[in-house]
Design a binder for this molecule. Sequence first.
Ligand code: PLP
Length: 217
Amino acid sequence: MVEFSALKKEIEDRGVQLVAVSKTRSVSEIMSLYNQGQRHFGENRVQELVQKKDELPSDIHWHLIGQLQKNKVKYISPFVHCIQSVDSLSLAEKINKEAQKHQRKINILLQIKIGQEASKSGYDIDILKEEIQQLTTLSNLSINGAMGIGTFTSDEDVTRAEFNRLKGYYDLLKAEHFSTVDSFKEVSMGMSGDYRLAMDCGSTVVRIGSLLFGRRG
Ligand SMILES: *Cc1c(COP(=O)(O)O)cnc(C)c1O
């Protein structure tokens, strides 16, 4: 664990946004960071997010960072700040529809597959290229950038190559589809073990859990 204010300063001094990943953490653990000024928190399960949200201050900006089933979008659509894990057109269409019902725009990131493990979720880049045109027509979504999860490895070269690949995908999408869209500016990559490397590779959002809260049980 590191001191919150030092980590926050290190990250924000580089113009990067810190999302505190609070999955499995208690309401009081979250409140402790909230009281030190943290407002962006990330959760990976809908049920846990919805429960905690009701017990915590309403000015928290909640990020959904885990796989999302279409039938659960409705539970978070009234309040979620950003869904970082959008990996299909059908999911994006569902979020768009739910956002319409609440007369709001929902921020999303396009999660793109960069890791080696076959199980890693995220868009296959070739499929994303086929669907991107349709994605940009969904008027109740604000597509703010790309997100990726690196392979779980201690080999820094592997992780660096994956971060560079995600940044490359982001740059390509920006140039070809979002060059006039100011809000398309985020690259969400980097966790407790590799956030510095991620920032060196162009990350604008880091998602940090264990370094802030201690190891998950
Ligand atoms: C759990 C999680 C994190 C944070 O991981 P730490 O290693 O605890 O910092 C970041 N991103 C995603 C998608 C996660 O599921």
